[in-house]
Design a protein around this ligand. Structure first.
Ligand code: FES
Length: 472
């Protein structure tokens, strides 16, 4: 039976739109907003330790390989170096791309660009591709990151582990981009204003590869290429090993991450190499939570999720059995993964981290007078966000200081997520869906994929109640 068209510009793309699967609303479990805020807290310390350990191991194995060159010890040394260089860079670009690992933004960006180079991913292309992946996870015709399109045979899985075709494809794509040629799929998710950046980044990658190649020719040695370039072939298997556990064999075209994403319990070494992305369901549900807090997040919401796979072997048993059946019948789905039933009627009422003032006594809109009443100010603690529905509008209210409040339109201009479900960092709010950020003093978008500003409103406290002062 033929498979579906997984391109982003073919008939499946139109079909996904027609079926309401594009940019749709997804299931999110109930979680206490205070707990979610605590889990979403960023820390430079933890990310610095993990990143320095990773870079230290990379440097250590690189030195080992250097001193072992010419002997058989160079084989295991380069094997470990290559895995650390390429296989583990996947989790690093990913986490840094969400901007959640470090609290300091430039540290996320620096490691993001380094890891993107190591794993041959154009930084801008993958930033936008990954935003799409979070909007439309495993929606055929929308998601550019479906790792195991159906049918995926055992042979194709073995080829993925060998890494050669996938890496050659990424090199070709980079060279094409460096020449200014962007594929229709890429243009379907990268905004036009960002295409020049895509080309420039690809040109930098090609220039760096050219420099390493020139060094190899000049020294008449393959060793420089064993450090930069070839690890993307011989070390990539670890990325495939972890990556396939995320979604392979699970349901397509559903709006519930519990049905199309796996959480797999892994040992501490795997969790370090993979930056806890084995908690993949939790990551998709709450992308604002940094990798180090995902195990704690799992404990918070586990009773609303499918039981996690007990180990990597169990995940492979499930995914290999499913892909084998789908190789014969691409429409076959794993029927039930033990996902707890949530009555449809309850889904809309589930608390996703938002607190509506309207529902509280003395809530918004209950008082008259000039402007728009948003409710009692002192029920919002410093550092808290709150959604307020009043006067036919939806607002996000942030208490950014002991007596300083900021008010903005509540829906993210990028994908219409409720900003009150996000994270407040100083005067910036981070969107819960794709980690875009806005300065609540000016409304300016300060982090992609958010680009359009959000409207901010002047406010004042009158008689202990917060009011938008310029409301008509
Ligand atoms: S919905 Fe995408 S950044 Fe807000």
């Amino acid at each position: 039976m033929p498979g579906r068209d997984y391109s982003l510009t073919g008939p499946e793309a139109a079909r996904a739109q027609e079926r309401g699967l594009a940019d749709a609303t997804w299931f999110r479990p109930a979680i206490d907003p205070d707990r979610l805020r605590a889990l979403s807290r960023r820390s430079n310390g933890r990310a610095a330790v993990d990143t320095l350990l990773w870079l230290g191991l990379l440097a250590g194995t690189g030195l080992w390989a250097w001193f072992a060159r010419g002997s058989w010890w160079a084989v295991p040394a380069f094997a470990v170096y290559g895995v650390l260089y390429s296989g583990t860079a996947d989790a690093r670009w990913h986490e840094m791309g969400h901007g959640t690992a470090f609290r300091t933004r430039w540290l996320n960006d620096a490691v993001y660009h380094l890891a993107c180079f190591m794993i041959i991913r154009g930084p801008t292309v993958w930033r936008w591709s990954h935003a799409r992946h979070h909007s439309d996870t495993i929606i055929v015709g929308r998601d550019a990151e479906i790792g195991a399109p159906r049918p995926t045979t055992r042979r194709q899985i073995v080829v993925m582990f060998l890494g050669v075709p996938g890496t050659i494809q990424m090199i070709r794509r980079t060279v094409r981009h460096a020449r200014g040629r962007l594929e229709p799929d890429v243009l379907s998710f990268v905004p036009l204003g960002e295409t020049r950046r895509v080309v420039r980044e690809a040109q930098v990658f090609v220039a760096l590869w050219g420099a390493v190649l020139a060094l190899a020719v000049f020294t008449r040695s393959v060793v420089p290429l064993l450090y930069v370039g070839l690890p993307s072939f011989y070390g990539i298997w670890l990325m495939v090993f972890f990556g396939l556990t995320q979604h392979a064999g699970l349901q397509e075209d559903v709006l519930d991450h519990r049905l199309n994403t796996r959480t797999v319990l892994m040992n501490p070494v795997f969790r370090f190499l993979y930056l806890n992305m084995n908690h993949h369901v939790e990551h998709h549900l709450f992308p604002t939570v940094p990798y180090h807090a995902l195990p704690a997040l799992h404990r918070e919401v586990a009773d609303q999720l499918a039981p996690p796979l007990p180990n990597t072997w169990a995940a492979y048993r499930e995914l290999l059995a499913a892909t084998a059946r789908q190789a014969v019948d691409p429409r076959w789905e794993i029927p039930h993964r033990g996902v707890p039933a949530v009555p449809a009627a309850d889904r809309a009422a589930i608390d996703t981290g938002t607190r509506l003032w309207r529902q509280a006594p003395g809530g918004a809109g209950e008082r008259g007078g000039p402007g728009l009443d948003l409710g009692p100010a002192d029920t919002l603690a410093p550092g808290e966000l709150r959604r307020v529905d009043a006067g036919n509008g939806t607002f996000v209210v942030a208490r950014v200081g002991p007596s300083e409040y900021r008010v903005a339109n509540g829906l993210c201009p990028h994908g219409r997520a409720h900003l009150a479900d996000g994270v407040l960092m100083g005067c910036e709010v981070e969107c819960p869906k794709h980690n875009g950020r806005f300065d609540l003093r000016t409304g300016q978008a300060t982090r992609r994929p958010a680009r359009e500003p959000v409207t901010v409103h002047p406010s004042a406290i009158v008689g202990g109640r917060l009011r938008i002062t310029d409301w008509p």
